[in-house]
Every structure is written in structure tokens, then in C-alpha cells.
Design a protein around this ligand. Structure first.
Ligand SMILES: C[S@@+](CC[C@H](N)C(=O)[O-])C[C@H]1O[C@@H](n2cnc3c(N)ncnc32)[C@H](O)[C@@H]1O
Length: 440
């Protein structure tokens, strides 16, 4: 074993993977938790139209364990944004140092193992909730991305890794950085079973759509079209079957390698799909029409791993501000657009979406916005512990989650609601978290 950081490291002698002292696979042995989810009607919103939407208050570990019986194999997407272990004290715990050792030197690596101990059983439990064609997406930054990736390889299997997305979260700033201004963070994407995952696609963006400017007699069925060169520009991969002469409107014949076979070209001419056009120097060009709708569905694009033009952190703050009269009751909420992008990837618009580090409830708003935009009927389950905020109007983070979603539903007059429930255990309204780091 190559051991580093006080016993934490990558094991190579008996298989390959992440090890740390005391590591064990826990999900199988986590006993049914003492306690139960109890309905919280006073905090529900429009329960008769909840249609599966739920906001659950409490530590996500016993709640995930309790959801096993009901939701095993039923969740289509899990998105989580756990504490990144930055060492900062936010309104929620993001520091997995041992509070008792704060004044003394803590064994190097211990805070990483404490964070992994928190994440490991939750990820194991979460995986069992996923459908075969489901995605698991987790936001993370440089503090733990390397450990989390190894952990996810272990829990999901390396073969189920789909992508490591790089999201540009800031634009500008950071000019006081001593070395680098870190502009990005990551979203790790895993499949429950990559073989069952359908192709992932995204809608065209506004700039791509705006290129479809022409109309013809097929407009009602296929929408507007744009034209593209009919020349095949692949000198590295010549195809003799695509080489033939095309007669141009001026009577000349142009011999080249074209995109379609000759018989299909003639069919295209008969159907009005081939366009002859002169460029500025009056040379004849051969082009074909590409319609916005293809096979009755709109064209899509292959998602890229670099998310440079997606909404950034500042958008997340202003979206939350807009719902809370200018105040930001939560640090660094994710922008709705980022989570909507994850929802758009998968063709199924009716999935159950789970976020068990729900924070301000951005995932709930993203589900509602995406449904409103594409007519889907996705539902959400959000889990957030009742971390006190010190704010009289919104006394806990779980109250914030509910209030944000409730305000969004009222603002948009959506016909949706949610059921609220809380974890009740031994007279407390939530079980103590097993992440023992300092609370901010
Ligand atoms: C980084 S924030 C998530 C922010 C969220 N994505 C948003 O846009 O608002 C992490 C959240 O997880 C919550 N959390 C941390 N540990 C938890 C636990 N064991 N159970 C439930 N929630 C927890 C924290 O209170 C915090 O609200």
C-alpha cells in the first residue's frame, strides 16, 4: 500500500482503490434508523397538488436509509452539492476538522477521512435508490474532487463514470490570489448502469437556433432551416462512393466528394432539399437544407464537458435575492440554470429527482422551471437538515428550503405543491448528524 496523510491513500497491493483507517462499506450494515419521517402538514404547500414533490427535514443519512424501502430503484436523477470541506465555517458545516483538535495540530489528512466517512455511506445508500438508466451528479471543487472520484469509482464502478464537467463559476475577480484565481469547479457524473443510459443531449442554445432563418413549404412540419455545404471535407478519410459530378446551374459539372451518395442527392433535388447558391465571387455552391425539427423532434446538441457559458454563482445569488426581497439568506446557492442543464441531459421528462444536500432548494426551483419550459412532469425530493440560521423569520436551513420553493410556486402560480415531513427521533425533530465537524 502507498500510504499518505496518516494512513489515507491509494491501495495497490490488494486491488486498487481509496483506503483510509477504519474504512468499511457501511450501507449494508446501517441498521434501520431509530426514528421515522413524520408528516409536517403546517409546512407543506398545496399538498393536494404535491404529486410526489417532498421536502424532508433532517439528517440525510437516516432519511436515505428510510427511503430504501419506498424508493429503491425509483429515482431518475440524483444531484447533490455537499459541503466541499473548504475549512470555512458557513451557515452550514464545511469544515471537517475535529473540533477538539482545533487548537492542536491535527493529524494530516484526518479532515479528508472525516469528510469521506460522512460521504461514503450516503453515496452507497443513494446508489441503491437509482433506476438503471439514472444519473448521479455531484458538485465538488479541488478540495475533495480527487478523493470523491476514487470513492465514486468504487461505489458505482469505474465503468459507470460518464464525465467530469468543469463549470466556470466566476467571471473575473480573484486578482488578490497569490498563485491562481480558481474560476471553476466540477460536476462528477456517474451512471447507475452506463449500458442502460440513453444518449445524452441538450437543446440548441439561442445562438444555434438563430441560424435557422429560412422557410419553405415544409415549415409546418419541420420548422425553419439553415443551409450547409454539401461538400465532404475529409481528405483524411476519402470515400470513393461519394465522389461524383454535380451539374451546376451554369451548365458546368463539378466533380468532388459530397456528403450523400449520388442516388440520395438526386432524391434531395426532387424534394427541394438541395440548394444552389452563388458566393460573392459568383461561384456556384452546392448546399443542403438542415431543418430545425428532425423526425418530429427538435434538433439537439451533444453536451460538452466545459461549461463556460452556463449561469454562474452570481446568477444563483440574484435568483435567490429575487425571491427574498434583496436579502441573500444563504451563501453560494447554485444557479438554477446549472441544475436545469443536468435535468435536460436525459430524454425522460417525468423522472423523480433527489437532492439530499438541498440547501436553499435550488434543485426544487430548477425542476419546476424545467417542467414549465418543456411540459415535463418531473418530481423532486429534497432533504435538508434543520441547521439553525439565527434568523427569526427563517429559523433553520430546512425552513429556507421550503420557503424558497413555496415562494417560487406562488410567484409562478404553478399548479404544484409539496408535502413536508421531518425526521423524528427520540423526541428531537431530527437525528444528529454523524459529520462531527464544527458547525458554523
Ligand atoms: C453546499 S450546500 C447546498 C447548496 C444548494 N445546492 C443550493 O443551491 O442552495 C450543502 C447543504 O447541505 C446541508 N447538509 C450538510 N450535511 C447534511 C446532512 N447530513 N443532512 C442534510 N443536509 C445536510 C447543509 O446544511 C447545506 O445546506
Amino acid at each position: 500500500m502507498h500510504a499518505t496523510w496518516g494512513g489515507m491513500g491509494v491501495q495497490v497491493s490488494q486491488g486498487f482503490g481509496l483506503v483510509w483507517p477504519g474504512k468499511q462499506s457501511r450501507s449494508g450494515e446501517i441498521p434501520a434508523p431509530e426514528g421515522q419521517l413524520v408528516a409536517y402538514p403546517a409546512e407543506s404547500y398545496c399538498p393536494e397538488c404535491a404529486d410526489g414533490n417532498r421536502i424532508l427535514e433532517g439528517d440525510n443519512l437516516p432519511i436515505l436509509r428510510a427511503l430504501q424501502s419506498e424508493l429503491s430503484g425509483a429515482v431518475g436523477l440524483i444531484y447533490i452539492d455537499p459541503p466541499y470541506n473548504t475549512g470555512n465555517d458557513f451557515i452550514y458545516n464545511d469544515n471537517f476538522r475535529n473540533p477538539r483538535q482545533r487548537q492542536t495540530a491535527e493529524e494530516p489528512g484526518r479532515r479528508h477521512t472525516r469528510w469521506l466517512e460522512m460521504m461514503h455511506p450516503r453515496i452507497e445508500l443513494a446508489r441503491t435508490l437509482l433506476r438503471a438508466d439514472a444519473l448521479f451528479c455531484v458538485s465538488i471543487d479541488d478540495h475533495e474532487v480527487h478523493h470523491l472520484r476514487l470513492l465514486l469509482d468504487e461505489v458505482f464502478g469505474e465503468e459507470n463514470f460518464v464525465a467530469q464537467l468543469i463549470w466556470k463559476r466566476h467571471s473575473g475577480g480573484g486578482n488578490d490570489a497569490r498563485h491562481f484565481a480558481v474560476d471553476h469547479e466540477y460536476i462528477l457524473v456517474y451512471a447507475r448502469d452506463r449500458g442502460s443510459l440513453p444518449p445524452l443531449r441538450l437543446p440548441l442554445d439561442a445562438a444555434q437556433r438563430s441560424a435557422y432563418i429560412h422557410r419553405d413549404e415544409h415549415f409546418d412540419s419541420w420548422g425553419p432551416y439553415k443551409t450547409k455545404s454539401f461538400l465532404r471535407m475529409r481528405p483524411d478519410d476519402p470515400r470513393p462512393g461519394l465522389q461524383y459530378g454535380i451539374e451546376l446551374p451554369n451548365g458546368d459539372t463539378r466533380l468532388a466528394e459530397w456528403k450523400w451518395e449520388e442516388s440520395r442527392f438526386h432524391e434531395g433535388v426532387r424534394e427541394g432539399r438541395i440548394v444552389f447558391r452563388q458566393d460573392r465571387k459568383e461561384r456556384w455552391l452546392v448546399e443542403y437544407k438542415l431543418y430545425l425539427r428532425d423526425d418530429n423532434s427538435e434538433r439537439t446538441q451533444v453536451p460538452r464537458t466545459l461549461l463556460l457559458d452556463v449561469e454562474r454563482n452570481a446568477a444563483g445569488k440574484s435568483q435567490l435575492k429575487a425571491l427574498f426581497d434583496g436579502a441573500i439568506p444563504f451563501p453560494n446557492p447554485k444557479p438554477v440554470g446549472l441544475i436545469r442543464l443536468l435535468l435536460q441531459l436525459h430524454p425522460d421528462r417525468d423522472r423523480l429527482v433527489l437532492d439530499f444536500f438541498a440547501g436553499s432548494g435550488t434543485t426544487g426551483q430548477a425542476v419546476l422551471e424545467e417542467n414549465a419550459s418543456d411540459g415535463g412532469s418531473r418530481r423532486f425530493v429534497l432533504v435538508q437538515e434543520a441547521q439553525p440560521t439565527g434568523c427569526p423569520n427563517i429559523p433553520s436551513l430546512s425552513a429556507l428550503t421550503r420557503e424558497r420553493v413555496r415562494r417560487w410556486m406562488i410567484r409562478t402560480q404553478t399548479e404544484s405543491g409539496f408535502l413536508a415531513a421531518r425526521w423524528e427521533c427520540g423526541g428531537h425533530n431530527h437525528a444528529p448528524t454523524d459529520a462531527e465537524g464544527e458547525l458554523g
